[in-house]
Design a protein around this ligand. Structure first.
Ligand SMILES: [Zn+2]
Length: 348
């Protein structure tokens, strides 16, 4: 069995860096460039698929290939309309509740590459003016708007800044590592898993270790809209291990300090035999592995299956509290997920 030390400080540094790099679905280039740069540091070559996903391969002893999938794209928004008084209506990118972005600091990215900071507010955002009306306000695309940090009072002044319908808006992650080992921030889903993929790649490369199978790491860029890994998984792969966050909440077994096996989500059950093998690997390596079911959840493995892929597929990931809002996980969960992934890579 593997006894490699995993460098949690490296994973944390990479994760905080990725969190600080905006990558809403459809606008993921900068974050993927960072992942490429981290791979270059390790001397690992990678390529982009035509759809823009990033792939790198660790050659194994057996050529029957596996793919380890994570996604770099996150929730975000696009400018839908420039309102008369200079505020902006948003169109959501990915699935989230409007209330979860209220008060979020953001950046608007113009087509010319200019970045304008902004804040998400509602249309009655002042207790002193709206009193009880504010509490009753339903949060929708009509009542949530963007306020640019620019002296603008009209739609013409906003247009003059270069702002147009279709500009991306990224929500600041506000990443933080606490003294108690928690990592807080928006978009831990699923940058935590990208950091885990890099951490395990680093450990294998530096220890000069080969996985038991050819292993393709696949970082998808359209997961949050449901079709990330629907295309581009390297030919010959027969098994997918999807890494994505485990949602923590009432009635769930998922835990911020643990790795979870998702046995079923909105897309149905994952591969039973593969789940059993992962449970065995966890037991043998002294990793506490939770099993959980998510009622409103899909993964890149679901996308690959729906696209007609014939794979065995399973889903593991670190516990993340307050998913699709201001999220939190613990370094222990990152470490546990990475250890299970390491054990999987060296298993038959
Ligand atoms: Zn995710």
């Amino acid at each position: 069995m593997l006894a490699l030390e995993l460098d949690i400080h490296y994973a944390t540094r990479v994760l905080l860096d990725l969190l600080a790099t905006p990558s809403p679905t459809g606008f993921t280039d900068k974050a993927l460039n960072k992942v490429e740069a981290y791979l270059l540091e390790l001397g690992v070559a990678s390529y982009r698929t035509p759809k823009g996903a990033l792939v790198w391969t660790l050659p194994g002893k057996k050529t029957e290939a596996r793919a380890v999938i994570s996604h770099i794209d996150t929730l975000g928004a696009m400018v839908k309309e420039i309102k008369e008084k200079g505020r902006l209506r948003l169109s959501r990118v990915g699935g989230y509740d409007w209330a979860s972005i209220e008060g979020a600091s953001c950046v608007l990215h113009t087509f010319e590459g200019k970045e304008i900071t902004a804040t998400v507010l509602n249309t009655k955002q002042s207790t002193h003016i709206f009193g009880p009306e504010l509490a009753k306000l339903e949060r929708t695309d009509q009542t949530i708007e963007l306020r640019l940090d620019a002296e603008v009072k009209t739609c013409y002044e906003v247009s003059a800044l270069g702002v147009e319908v279709g500009n991306f808006v990224s929500f600041d992650s506000q990443p933080t590592l606490t003294e108690t080992g928690f990592i807080k921030g928006r978009h831990l889903d699923n940058k935590a898993s990208v950091a885990i993929s890099l951490l395990v790649t680093k450990a294998m490369v530096e220890a000069n270790m080969q996985p038991s199978h050819d292993t393709h790491f696949f970082v998808s860029n359209y997961e949050e809209v449901g079709h990330g890994a629907a295309a581009g998984i390297p030919e010959g792969a027969t098994e997918l291990l999807c890494l994505d966050m485990a949602a923590v909440g009432e009635g769930q077994t998922s835990d911020e300090c643990c790795v979870t096996l998702c046995v079923k989500d909105s897309s149905g059950p994952y591969d039973y035999q593969m789940n059993q093998e992962l449970r065995t690997l966890a037991k043998r390596n002294g990793i506490s592995l939770k099993s959980d079911i998510y009622p409103y959840y899909g993964s890149d493995a679901s996308a690959a299956w729906r696209a007609g892929g014939s794979y065995r597929a399973a889903l593991i990931g670190p516990g993340v509290d307050a998913s699709h809002a201001y999220e939190r996980t613990h370094q222990k969960a990152i470490n546990a997920t990475a250890r299970l992934l390491m054990a999987y890579l060296s298993s038959d």
